[in-house]
Design a protein. Structure first.
Length: 240
C-alpha cells in the first residue's frame, strides 16, 4: 500500500489530490470524513426524531390526563435523567450489541425524557385555558384536542430542544464509535476513525485531527442553530 499514511495535500501517480491525506490503508481521509458526516447526521436526525415523537406522546398523555399516567411517566423520566447518559448508553449497547440500529434505539430510549418534560409542562398550563375548556364543552374528543389545540402550541420549544439534542447525540454517537460500541468498520464514523488513528498519532496526526474538527464544528453548528431558532421565536426580540 504505497499510498498509506500520506500527509495532507499529497497527489498520487494518477494525479488525484488527497487534500486531507490518507489513512493506514491508503483511503482518502476527506472522502471518509464526508461519509462519516452523512452517517453521524443520519443517526442523529433519526434518533432525535424518534425520541421527540416518543417524548411528545408521553408528555401529552402525562400533562393532559394526569393522575397515575403522570406519576408513572414522570418517575420513569426522572429515573432516566438521574443516570449518566453515556453509562446508560454503554449498558444498552452492551446488551443489544454494537450496530447502527442499536445505537439509534439507545438514543431514542435515553432522549425522550427531555421532550416529555417540556411537553408536559406546556400541556399542564394549556389544559386550563379557556379555548381548551370550550373545546371540551363542545364535545371534542381528547385526541382531537391534543392534536389540534395543544400540540401546535408546544411545537416551538420542541424545535429548539431538537437542535440542541442533535448536537448532543452526534457527540455521544462518536463517543460510542470511539469505544467500539457504535457502527463497526469499515463503515466510517468520526468516532471509529479517531479510534483507528490514535495508534498513528505521533506520525500521522491528520487521522485524528480532521475527524475531530468535523465533530466539533458539526456539534457547535447544531447548538448555534438552536440558539438562533430560540432567539427568532423569542417574543421579547420581536417587541424590540
Amino acid at each position: 500500500l504505497r499510498g498509506r499514511l500520506q500527509s495532507p495535500g499529497w497527489v498520487d501517480k494518477e494525479g488525484r489530490s488527497h487534500l486531507l491525506g490518507t489513512d493506514q490503508l491508503g483511503r482518502d481521509i476527506l472522502t471518509r470524513v464526508t461519509l462519516a458526516a452523512r452517517m453521524s447526521l443520519g443517526i442523529g436526525l433519526v434518533a432525535v426524531t424518534g425520541a421527540g415523537l416518543l417524548g411528545v406522546v408521553m408528555g401529552l398523555v402525562s400533562g393532559f390526563y394526569g393522575g397515575y399516567f403522570d406519576d408513572i411517566i414522570m418517575r420513569l423520566a426522572d429515573l432516566q435523567l438521574a443516570l449518566p447518559l453515556i453509562l446508560l448508553a454503554l449498558a444498552i449497547v452492551a446488551l443489544l450489541g454494537p450496530s447502527i440500529t442499536n445505537v439509534i434505539i439507545v438514543f431514542i430510549i435515553t432522549g425522550w425524557p427531555v421532550f416529555a418534560r417540556t411537553v408536559r409542562g406546556s400541556t399542564l398550563s394549556l389544559r386550563q385555558r379557556e379555548f381548551i375548556e370550550a373545546a371540551r364543552c363542545l364535545g371534542c374528543p381528547a385526541l382531537r384536542i391534543l392534536a389540534y389545540h395543544i400540540l401546535p402550541n408546544v411545537a416551538r420549544p420542541l424545535i429548539v430542544i431538537a437542535s440542541f439534542e442533535l448536537g448532543k447525540v452526534i457527540i455521544y454517537e462518536s463517543s460510542l464509535g470511539f469505544l467500539g460500541m457504535g457502527a463497526q468498520p469499515p463503515t466510517p464514523t468520526w468516532g471509529n476513525m479517531m479510534a483507528e488513528g490514535r495508534a498513528y498519532l505521533d506520525t500521522a496526526w491528520w487521522l485524528v485531527f480532521f475527524p475531530g474538527i468535523a465533530l466539533v464544528l458539526t456539534a457547535a453548528a447544531a447548538n448555534y442553530i438552536g440558539d438562533g431558532i430560540n432567539e427568532f421565536f423569542d417574543p421579547r426580540n420581536k417587541r424590540n
